[in-house]
Design a protein around this ligand. Structure first.
Ligand code: DX5
Ligand code: ZN
Length: 216
């Protein structure tokens, strides 16, 4: 059974508590939290005060995806506001190994995200040290974008790399995930599915989460 992580970016920000309660009551496993700085990506989402407010109501782990430059500047702050899993972008981290060690030393699970153009081979030396690879299946910055088809091949390639490096990292797919592509992603080796718009624009979001969760 896959891990399902609804993305709060697609929630109603004026009614966040309602949407967090909805996730709490659903079959979802994690809450995906997208932080954008307007520099690494061409959009700004939210920061520490909002994550702190989400944490107050969340009954599931916070899977925090940092789309920010120099993420190493804020690791402690993200821990303090309630991140359980902290993911930094490979493209934004000059000293990625050190950053990963610091995230783990702070007691969080450590993830690395890669953009659609980034080769999975660049993860070879870090794979054994991380808990999660967030494979972007859209260009990061916005919810509601179209899924990039090359992700299936990349997922299979990453699954093979994780095996050869004896890594226990889970493969998370982020962007444009829906019931048309989810089964094929899981077959290619994905274990975590992030879904924003597909969940929150649905007439019955809990039902959508349950349907994703029921896939093999
Ligand atoms: C994109 C974000 C995604 C986004 C997914 O930059 O990292 O997590 O919220 O949203 P959907 O599922 O709508 O593509
Ligand atoms: Zn994300």
């Amino acid at each position: 059974m896959p891990i399902i992580a609804p993305s709060i970016l697609a929630a109603d920000f004026a009614n966040l508590q309602t949407d967090i309660t909805l996730i709490n009551e659903s079959a979802a496993d994690w809450i995906h939290v997208d932080v954008m700085d307007g520099v690494f990506v061409p959009n700004i989402s939210f920061g520490m005060p909002v994550i702190k407010a989400i944490k107050k109501h969340a009954k599931k782990p916070l899977d925090v995806h940092l789309m920010i430059v120099q993420p190493e500047r804020y690791l402690e702050e993200f821990k303090e506001v309630g991140a359980d899993i902290l993911t930094v972008h490979l493209e934004a981290s000059t000293h990625l190994h050190r950053t990963i060690q610091q995230i783990k030393a702070l007691g969080m699970k450590a993830g690395v995200a890669i953009n659609p153009h980034t080769s999975v081979s660049l993860l070879k030396e870090i794979a054994a040290d991380i808990d999660l690879v967030c494979m972007m299946s859209v260009n990061p910055g916005f919810g509601g974008q179209k899924f990039i088809e090359n992700t299936y091949a990349k997922t299979a390639e990453l699954a093979a790399l994780l095996k050869t490096t004896k890594s226990s990292a889970k493969i998370e797919i982020d962007g444009g995930v829906n019931l048309d592509n989810a089964a094929k992603l899981l077959a290619a080796g994905a274990e975590v599915l992030v879904a924003g718009n597909f969940v929150f624009t649905a007439a019955n979001p809990k039902d959508v989460v349950q349907r994703l969760k029921s896939l093999n």
